[in-house]
Design a protein around this ligand. Structure first.
Ligand SMILES: NC(=O)c1ccc[n+]([C@@H]2O[C@H](COP(=O)([O-])OP(=O)(O)OC[C@H]3O[C@@H](n4cnc5c(N)ncnc54)[C@H](OP(=O)(O)O)[C@@H]3O)[C@@H](O)[C@H]2O)c1
Length: 244
């Protein structure tokens, strides 16, 4: 029976990915900054373990507790919304610490066992904003584009060891906590107030297709289980349309 370890399972895509694999008889290690046993259906195949991807000690403890794993999903991520002039460099660092350095550190933590076993899959969740740029998301988009480039280069060096790396690019998913969390990091700059209002009004009125958490879980499933899955998997009708 295979084991998947997923980061950021307290809500949204991570929680749904954990559910999806549990329902398909995988062992699931659902990691959360603040572990909660009540979010997922009880199962002897489920372990909920603590992980903050920005904390090297937390990663080392997790790897010591987790045992062998077959698939790593780097899903934990945060957004930052607003015009660049209004975003402090501390927020920029926070976004890159989680989205980029957290992903790289977790990947480094699993690679020795994948390489020695000559098997394993790394799946990094980025975003369709890297396919079509949107205003007010420059820092977030930069972080996700960095993970795209990182993963595509890494896949080439891992192929010699039969280890795979893939990208899942979800579209806009208003149903998760992501938007509200990103808005908490919204730093308004007066000069961009009108632009910001217009962009928000556009999103609020949009009737375009959006992404559901289930779309992301399905794309992660394909990356994990199909040996010839494409390098990039768009997830959600909006992301699929952009990727064409
Ligand atoms: N929703 C969208 O529109 C959208 C679109 C494209 C891509 N994405 C990407 O999809 C991924 C999941 O987002 P989501 O929509 O499911 O948002 P979400 O509901 O806010 O989930 C994000 C998860 O990341 C966790 N997290 C944040 N910082 C962390 C850290 N330092 N260490 C460990 N976990 C941490 C959060 O945990 P806490 O509860 O502890 O904060 C939460 O479980 C993210 O990488 C995001 O960038 C989202």
């Amino acid at each position: 029976m295979k084991t998947i370890l997923i980061t950021g399972c307290s809500s949204g895509f991570g929680l749904e990915i954990a559910r999806h694999f549990l329902e398909r008889d995988w062992n699931v290690i659902a990691t959360m900054r603040t572990p909660r046993a009540d979010l997922l259906p009880p199962s002897p195949r489920l372990r909920v373990l603590p992980l903050d991807v920005t904390d090297a000690g937390s990663i080392a403890q997790l790897m010591a507790d987790a045992g062998p794993i077959d698939v790593l999903v780097n899903n934990a991520g945060i957004g930052a919304l607003g015009a660049l002039e209004g975003i402090g460099i501390a927020t920029v660092r926070e976004v890159f610490e989680t989205n980029v350095f957290g992903t790289i550190a977790m990947t480094q933590a699993v690679l020795p066992q994948f390489r020695l076993r000559r098997a394993g899959v790394v799946i990094n969740v980025t975003s369709s904003v890297t396919l079509k740029p949107l205003p007010l998301l420059s820092v977030y988009t930069g972080s996700k584009a960095a993970v795209n480039a990182f993963t595509e280069s890494l896949a080439l060096e891992l192929a010699a060891f039969d280890v795979r790396a893939h990208l899942v690019l979800p579209g806009r998913a208003p149903s998760t906590s992501f938007g509200a969390n990103a808005k908490e990091r919204l730093q308004m700059h007066e000069a961009y107030a009108e632009l910001t209002e217009n962009v928000f009004a556009g999103w609020a009125q949009s009737t375009e297709a959006v992404t559901q958490a289930g779309d992301v879980a399905e794309a992660v499933w394909r990356a994990a289980t199909e040996p010839d899955a494409p390098m990039r998997l768009a997830a959600g009708a909006d992301a699929v349309a952009l990727a064409k």
